[in-house]
Each structure stands twice: as C-alpha cells, then as structure tokens.
Design a protein around this ligand. Structure first.
Ligand code: IMP
Length: 191
C-alpha cells in the first residue's frame, strides 16, 4: 500500500521521477470558478449540455458545473486512452458514446488538457454528425507549443509549457488523478 500527500506538498516522487507543484488547489479552484461564471453569463438564456471527456475531465467537470448558475445537463464520452506512459499513441477511437441527444442543443465539451489537439479535433468531427446548435470547448489546460491540429479552445483554464503534468484528474499510468493540485515533471530539477 502506498500513501500520497494530497495537501499541496511541494514535491512528489513517482518512482525515481521528481514532480514539483505547478498549480495549487487554490489556483485551480479560483480559475474554475471564473470560467464557470463566464460561461454562466454567456449562456444566460440557454440550457447547455456539458460533455465531459473521461477519465481526465471528471474533477474539472464536477467543479465547473458547481459554478454554472443555469439549468444545464451533463453527459460523458470516452475516447481511447493516451496509453500508460507519457507519450500519446497518436490514435483515437471512441470507447463510450453519448447517452443523450444533442441535436439542436448548445454543447460545451469539457476536457482536462489539450496537447496535440487530436482528441478535440476528433470530437468536433463527431459532434458535427449530430447537428448541435453550437459547440464550444472548455479545457482546464492547454499546451500551445504542442498543438498539431487546428482547434479552437473557447475556455482555457491555464496555458502551460510542453511538460508532462499530473493531478486533478490527469494521470500518470492511470494513477494520481486524485491529487488536488497539479504537478509537473521536473527534468534534472529544471521546469
Ligand atoms: P491530445 O489528443 O494530444 O490533445 O491529448 C489529449 C489527452 O492526452 C488528454 O485528454 C490527456 O488524457 C492526455 N495528456 C496530454 N498531455 C498530458 C499530460 O501532460 N499529463 C497527462 N495526460 C496528458
């Protein structure tokens, strides 16, 4: 059994790799609140459907909709996983489809992190087939330097450098999603 410190510790060792605190619980919660308030204003007369991409977005989705002061609905989709390592496989397939009808609806896709943009470009194409009234993308994190696909992210929590991060839903080999803060892999002690 292995214990981890959930309380904003400055460092986290995963095997022999060192991760350092990057975004604290407080910074994340403040930004998520701002995004929720912005979306509430922009969807004032609508009943949006939030579609979370599993597994990574589950905490962001849960916290975000607590700041949506509107009638809204939620659903989840799951694409094939990123793999059990730090490198994307470059392939995407759908593992779990929507359970609701989004035709004519205002959809907000909720993602944990946009890296190359492959997952989001795949989702955008899928959405088109259902003829929603509108589709916007909310991502807690965006790595602008990693983008390889032409995607527009409408609501961005934080733009981050092209480094591997874990915590607050983001995993390393399926673990550490339960961390309340986000940690970045420190290469030779340098961020
Ligand atoms: P994309 O399709 O290349 O944009 O990758 C998006 C997906 O890759 C995210 O939903 C994550 O699951 C995963 N991912 C990308 N970067 C990281 C990271 O730094 N840590 C953990 N997962 C990541």
């Amino acid at each position: 059994m292995s214990r981890i410190n959930l309380d904003n510790s400055e460092e986290l060792m995963i095997g022999n790799e060192k991760f350092v605190l990057f975004l604290s619980e407080e910074e994340i919660q403040n930004r998520v609140k701002q995004l929720g308030e912005q979306i509430t204003k922009e969807y004032e007369d609508k009943v949006p459907v939030f579609i979370g991409l599993l597994n990574g977005s589950f905490l962001f989705m849960a916290d975000l909709i607590k700041h949506i002061a509107l009638d809204c609905e939620i659903d989840f989709m799951r694409l094939s996983s990123y793999g059990d390592a730090k490198i994307s496989s470059g392939k995407v397939t759908m593992v779990k489809d929507l359970n609701c009808n989004i035709t004519g609806r205002d959809v907000i896709v909720v993602e944990d992190i946009v890296d190359t943009g492959l997952s989001i470009s795949y989702i955008e194409k899928l959405m088109e087939h259902h003829n929603p009234s509108s589709v916007k993308i909310a991502s807690l994190l965006l790595k602008p330097d990693s983008l390889k696909y032409d995607v527009k992210i409408d609501y961005i929590g934080f733009k981050i450098p092209d480094k591997f991060v874990v915590g607050y839903g983001l995993d390393y080999a399926q673990k550490f999603r339960n961390l309340r803060s986000i940690y970045v892999l420190s290469e030779n002690g340098v961020l």
